[in-house]
Design a protein around this ligand. Structure first.
Ligand SMILES: C[S@@+](CC[C@H](N)C(=O)[O-])C[C@H]1O[C@@H](n2cnc3c(N)ncnc32)[C@H](O)[C@@H]1O
Length: 358
């Protein structure tokens, strides 16, 4: 029986938004070894709705397995699978689920993917949640980064870090200006004089610092004008932009199988890559149109597709740990880990409400 094609909700000269299940799409509608990059952020709500203990991690893995099979089939040998995934707290106790680490291990050990590199996306604007553990009992710190697993079917995915260079730090500029004495570092690394060659920019670490506060001008305006609720789990365009530029060339094919508001598609369009975004929920697709159509004419907008703002958030400074410490140890730590710490009813209610909304 021929497989029915999934409906295309929007198309541009380079890409399209497909409405439906991406597992079905990747299995039936994409050719084997045809995709250069799968750039995506799968739903992590799946575990949140449950209790995110060990059993739920396994449910997540079971849910993901058919997608993993489909992704492995369609990726080129030198292609990449990049997964942005947030962590989760185990309900009712101050400990973390292992589900996203188990996903990584499953993809490598069961499906034969290689971990090219793990990245951490730090969102400096993240609120201090869950309130119960962070602001009420004060026994945990803010959970402010997502893991980004960069995987590949072979150990040699196409990649070039010169696409994602960053400005030199002030201290590096100082070294370049005043010269650097070649010497053995305490770590045992022998830093040669080559270190002081000015290459114009530095190689970034595997930490991506970007606040999730992007204005998304076109998108949000379109949602507002059309009375559509914006997607509430969007990633900032800087995340897919980084990987699309580092791992693909113009004309290559980028697929986002959990497209949400289609940030990936918008970035791929701007970077002149071919792209497909697949999304299950019609309502999210309705909003995603706002990234591609001119709200006045409803015609596909060519450029500019989004506004790049230069502002304070272009640079972040992270204080050295212990900067505020004055040598005083404070009250003795509670031997029960804060379990029985008394909190006022008002605070308890507020924190229960805050954690319930996570
Ligand atoms: C975390 S969101 C992605 C958000 C997106 N990165 C953005 O910035 O807008 C995950 C999305 O995957 C969609 N989804 C879940 N299962 C799917 C499936 N089987 N096929 C296609 N989309 C799916 C959900 O509806 C949700 O919008």
């Amino acid at each position: 029986m021929p497989v029915s094609k999934l409906p295309v909700s929007l198309s541009t000269s380079r890409g399209k938004i497909v409405h439906g299940d991406s597992q079905q799409f990747c299995t039936n509608e994409l050719k084997e070894k045809s995709v250069n990059l799968i750039m995506t952020s799968p739903p992590f709500g799946l575990v949140r709705k449950k209790t995110y203990g060990n059993a739920d991690s396994y449910l997540y893995l079971d849910w993901f397995r058919p997608f993993a099979t489909a992704f492995k089939r369609v990726l080129k040998d030198n292609g990449s699978l990049v997964i942005d995934i947030g962590g989760a707290w185990i309900s009712g106790q101050p400990t973390r689920s292992l589900y996203h680490f188990k996903l990584l291990i499953m993809l490598c050990e069961e499906f034969g993917f290689h971990l090219a590199q793990e990245f951490f996306w730090w969102n400096p604007a993240k609120l201090p949640t869950p309130a119960e553990w962070v602001t009420v009992r004060r026994i945990r710190v803010k959970d402010a980064f997502n893991c980004i697993w960069w995987l590949s079917p072979t150990p040699w995915p196409k990649a070039d870090n010169r696409r994602v260079l960053q400005p030199y730090s002030d201290s590096m500029k100082g070294l370049l200006k005043n010269g650097y004495k070649a010497k053995l570092r305490p770590s045992g690394h022998d830093i040669s004089t080559k270190f002081s060659i000015n290459n114009g920019a530095s190689i970034p670490p595997n930490l991506i610092a970007v606040a999730n506060t992007e204005s998304n001008g076109y998108y949000l305006r379109y949602c507002k004008e059309n009375n559509i609720k914006p997607h509430d789990a969007r990633y900032p365009s800087a995340v897919p932009e980084y990987f699309i530029r580092m791992l693909t060339d113009p004309g290559d094919l980028v697929v986002d199988p959990f497209a949400g508001s289609c940030v990936t598609g918008e970035v791929a369009e701007r970077l002149k890559r071919k792209w497909v975004c697949v999304e299950l929920e019609q309502n999210f697709i309705k909003g995603a149109r706002g990234r591609f159509v001119n709200p006045k004419t409803e015609k596909v907008a060519q450029s500019p597709l989004f506004e790049v703002e230069k502002k304070d958030g272009d640079y972040y400074k992270v204080p050295r740990p212990g900067l505020l410490w004055n040598g005083y140890h404070g009250e003795p730590l509670s031997e029960d880990g804060g379990k029985k710490r008394k909190i006022s009813k008002k605070k308890a209610d507020a924190s229960a409400k805050a954690t319930a909304n996570l």
